[in-house]
Every structure is written in structure tokens, then in C-alpha cells.
Ligand binder design. Structure first.
Ligand code: ADE
Length: 226
């Protein structure tokens, strides 16, 4: 899979994409992420990318032209399955959405900044708008990294234990059960007996019951979603 990301602040995304699972996905050749600085498409000698909004009001708006030129250049190289704009008024990022996007070949992600981008780019280029939650961040860069991480870890071969993403919280509309590692006893606190029993079926049943219990207690809304 290939993901291109357009931003006025690409530096903000460099580090998270160079570590841990994202690093592994890229090194294994399963995920290519390319960052594109919008400033290179800025207008005039100041490489301007934003301007005051029509009608007045505080805050700058990302201009249509630099964005359109940048997207045009990228689209000359390949066609994108989705052109995604990260914005708090987009559809909420959920596990099913991450699953669906992980099956695409090429994604283009646009990061908003300032007051957002000129509406004409949303109308004429953007095919999907995604929010990572009902709160406002200062730009779309961190949300873009969140989206790339959620997608990248689902690509076959990225996680060591290929099945492990299947048992993540939310994959069955259930939260994940509790997990333990060595030692068996720590400060007098013990590990549930069943996990030490070696009885696979009983362990599965216990995990399922715990997942259900946890979901009922913390996120009953997930059980009603079916
Ligand atoms: N840009 C600013 N806030 C955002 C959010 N919550 N989700 C996606 N993009 C954003």
C-alpha cells in the first residue's frame, strides 16, 4: 500500500512514522508513506499557502491553488482510491473504517491547518473526510498519523503474530480482555488461574467472558450497535 500525505508541516509526522510498527511496515516494503510539503506549491516569493477568509472572521484559510496544484501533480503519477481530508467535521474514524481503508492500494491524505481549507477543494478533490474524534486539534497532521497507524498495522505481514490484529478491541465490537505476563505473582497479586492451566478452550471462554464483561461495563453502546 502507498499513502501520500500533503501538509504545511510535514516535519510533524516524520518521527512517528519512523518508529515501531510503522517502521517495520515500511522496512518490509508493505507500506510506503510519502510526505509532501505544501509550501513548495505556495504562491509568490513568500510561498503563500493561506489567506484571510471571505466574509471576515478570525483565522486563515488554506488557499485552493497550492492544494489543487499539489494534488494534480500527485494524481499525474497515480490514481488514488480515496482523497481523504482530515477534519473534525468528517466521519468518525472507527475500526471498521480502518479495516476498509487497509484494503486500498493508494491513499492521499490532506492535512488541514489554520481554519481549514477552501471549500472548493473539498467539493472537487476530496472523496472522504475523516475525524479522529469530537475535539479540535491544531492541524490534521496528528490525525493523519493516527489514521496511518490504524491502517498500517492491519496490513498482512506487518504484525509479527498475523492473527493478533483480529483480537484487538473493537474487531468484534468487543473491548479486549485483560492480559498478564510473568511473574505469576507480583507483590502478592496473582494471575487468573485459568490462564496458567494450559487448557486452550477454557482460556478462550474466559477471554470471551472477560471481553463481554468489560464491554458491558465500559462501552455498553458497542453491544447495541449490531
Ligand atoms: N483536524 C483538527 N482536529 C481534527 C480531528 N479531531 N480529526 C481530524 N482532523 C482534525
Amino acid at each position: 500500500m502507498r499513502i501520500d500525505i500533503v501538509s504545511v508541516l510535514p516535519e510533524l509526522m516524520e518521527s512517528p512514522l519512523q518508529h515501531s510498527i510503522m517502521k517495520r511496515a515500511r522496512e518490509k516494503g508493505l507500506l510506503e508513506v510519502h510526505l509532501h510539503g505544501l509550501r513548495a506549491y505556495g504562491l509568490g516569493k513568500h510561498r503563500q499557502v493561506d489567506d484571510y477568509q471571505y466574509g471576515g472572521g478570525a483565522g486563515m484559510v488554506m488557499m485552493a491553488e497550492p492544494l489543487a496544484n499539489c494534488i494534480d501533480d500527485l494524481q499525474k503519477e497515480r490514481s488514488y482510491d480515496e482523497v481523504i481530508y482530515m477534519t473534525p467535521d468528517g466521519q468518525r474514524l472507527t475500526q471498521p473504517l480502518a479495516n476498509r481503508l487497509s484494503m486500498k492500494e493508494n491513499l492521499l491524505i490532506l492535512c488541514g491547518h489554520y481554519k481549514g481549507m477552501d471549500e472548493r477543494i473539498r467539493e472537487h478533490y476530496v472523496t472522504m473526510e475523516v475525524s479522529i474524534g469530537d475535539f479540535v486539534l491544531s492541524g490534521g497532521e496528528l490525525p493523519a498519523v493516527v489514521l496511518v497507524d490504524a491502517i498500517g498495522r492491519l496490513l498482512p505481514g506487518v504484525l509479527n503474530d498475523e492473527t493478533s490484529a483480529l483480537f484487538d478491541s473493537f474487531q468484534d465490537n468487543l473491548l479486549a480482555p485483560p492480559v498478564y505476563t510473568r511473574p505469576e505473582e507480583f507483590r502478592g497479586w496473582t494471575v487468573p488461574e485459568v490462564l496458567l492451566s494450559g487448557h486452550e478452550q477454557k482460556i478462550e471462554e474466559w477471554r470471551y467472558e472477560q471481553a463481554l464483561k468489560r464491554t458491558r461495563e465500559r462501552r455498553p453502546d458497542l453491544l447495541e450497535e449490531e
